[in-house]
Design a protein around this ligand. Structure first.
Ligand SMILES: *[C@@H]1O[C@H](CO)[C@@H](O)[C@H](O)[C@H]1NC(C)=O
Ligand SMILES: *[C@@H]1O[C@H](CO)[C@@H](O)[C@H](O)[C@H]1NC(C)=O
Ligand SMILES: *[C@@H]1O[C@H](CO)[C@@H](O)[C@H](O)[C@H]1NC(C)=O
Ligand SMILES: *[C@@H]1O[C@H](CO)[C@@H](O)[C@H](O)[C@H]1NC(C)=O
Ligand SMILES: *[C@@H]1O[C@H](CO)[C@@H](O)[C@H](O)[C@H]1NC(C)=O
Length: 377
């Protein structure tokens, strides 16, 4: 009792100071015990996600760190499971204008420049040098099964106007995690968010990587990109290509043809699939492993998904979490697959697509995805 009061006072002081520790862990669980998720405020980041395997045992199916301060300081910066913004993926030459244009050097007046933190200074990646994933969001509200984080983005990283974003994570009976983001803006600005979750549905029990996972993506097209992973404006028809996952396939089923696809010397994928249908109610993407028997179905309000098979983790030397057999063992090539529900990438420099990603006082931004877990039958 005394302790509770004492802890409560401490917590209050912390809040009054206005700078709550961004690595405090918040745990939420579904009433039926089917799913437990842990988060930290920095990046509104998911740090653990426990769901049951075919033996009824819980596994933590996402990559991450035992020491969450690494989310802020790890130079490898793999984006382990945060909300990514204000603009996910790449922006060509860190430049855009409003209204948008194809002109690489827009005449203005409303031309904006964001940090060139990717592709040897040729692009902005994931919101700039300090994107939303490395910002200290604060808890706006919480219950035993839900937590809402708030981030006021005051024209950070060269983007115009202030954006106020609320991210809500909720777990529900039947193994469901729902994440929604609602953002409002004071001025016209691009907003395109993702939740950058790295999955490994075996949690390193019975397999070392995700190459045995089965993947299905309801998409006939992927965005064609240049050597810097900037869209050319065209789409690739997945028919007869290694990008065809319209019927479920093992992730590596055509890796023989995937050499160099995700960059020089990189084997696997880092591409934006455009969903064929409205995937809000029907899952647009499924992933499962026969080893754990865990199946994930993702339904989303987003028109696209990035699938990144995380080849580069093999070069980063990031220790696995304890529950993944670390820390003496590192995450290796293809240790996880990042699956990122998103908008059309760099649509703000690709006006020929007719995709409107400019939000403002008269247009709020909404992002939502539902992750449903079940056992492979
Ligand atoms: C990139 O943007 C800069 C302005 O920041 C401009 O000077 C340069 O010409 C642009 N590069 C290309 C290739 O358009
Ligand atoms: C977030 O909080 C950490 C720890 O207090 C601090 O080191 C960091 O500078 C803060 N980040 C930002 C962007 O304010
Ligand atoms: C944007 O945020 C900054 C910093 O909090 C504040 O000073 C400014 O008044 C805000 N602008 C608008 C238009 O809300
Ligand atoms: C993709 O190619 C297949 C086989 O050539 C063709 O039947 C299909 O119509 C094409 N789809 C699109 C969207 O162009
Ligand atoms: C793991 O990565 C670290 C660098 O962080 C490296 O020193 C170590 O040798 C690696 N361990 C293994 C088993 O490869």
């Amino acid at each position: 009792m005394l302790f509770t009061i004492f802890a409560g006072v401490l917590c209050l002081l912390n809040n009054v100071a206005g700078e709550p520790w961004p690595f405090d862990v918040t745990t939420i669980s579904a009433p039926d015990g089917s799913i437990t998720a842990r988060f930290v405020s920095i990046g509104a980041t998911l740090t653990e996600l426990w769901v049951k395997d075919k033996f009824g045992e819980a596994r933590d199916v996402i990559l991450g760190y035992d020491d969450n301060t690494k989310l802020l300081t790890d130079p490898a910066h793999p984006f382990f499971n945060p909300i990514v913004g204000r603009y996910a993926n790449r922006i060509k030459n860190g430049t855009f204008s409003i209204p948008i244009t194809k002109d690489p050097q827009p005449p203005g007046p409303d031309v904006y420049h964001t940090p060139l933190n990717d592709a040897d200074g040729q692009a902005t990646l994931h919101g700039g040098t300090i994107g939303w994933d490395r910002r200290n969001w604060t808890i706006a509200s919480r219950s035993t099964s839900s937590v809402t984080y708030h981030h006021p983005d005051a024209a950070d990283e060269g983007f115009p106007g202030n954006v106020s974003a609320f991210a809500t994570h909720t777990v529900e009976n039947g193994g469901i995690l729902k994440t929604t983001v609602h953002a409002t803006a004071t001025h016209l600005t691009p907003i395109m968010l993702t939740q950058h979750v790295y999955w490994n549905l075996d949690a390193f029990q019975g397999s070392e990587n995700i190459l045995n996972h089965h993947l299905r993506v309801d998409a006939s097209r992927v965005v064609e990109v240049d050597g810097d992973f900037i869209p050319t404006g065209k789409f690739v028809n997945v028919s007869d290509t290694p990008w065809d996952f319209r019927e479920a396939q093992p992730i590596d089923y055509r890796f023989g043809e995937a050499v160099g696809l995700c960059g020089p010397g990189c084997i696997g994928y880092d591409h934006c699939w455009i969903y064929d249908h409205d995937e809000t109610t029907q899952p647009g993407l499924s992933l499962w492993s026969d080893v754990s028997g865990i199946r994930l179905d993702i339904a989303t309000s987003n028109p696209a998904t990035q699938v990144f098979t995380a080849y580069w983790l093999g070069l980063e030397g990031i220790p696995r979490k304890k529950v993944h057999g670390g820390p003496s063992v590192n995450y290796t090539y293809w240790a996880g697959v990042a699956i990122e529900q998103e908008g059309y990438i760099d649509a703000i420099n690709t006006p020929e697509w007719g995709v409107d990603q400019i939000y403002g006082p008269d247009r709020d931004y909404i992002w939502s995805s539902t992750y449903k877990f079940s056992i492979v039958t």
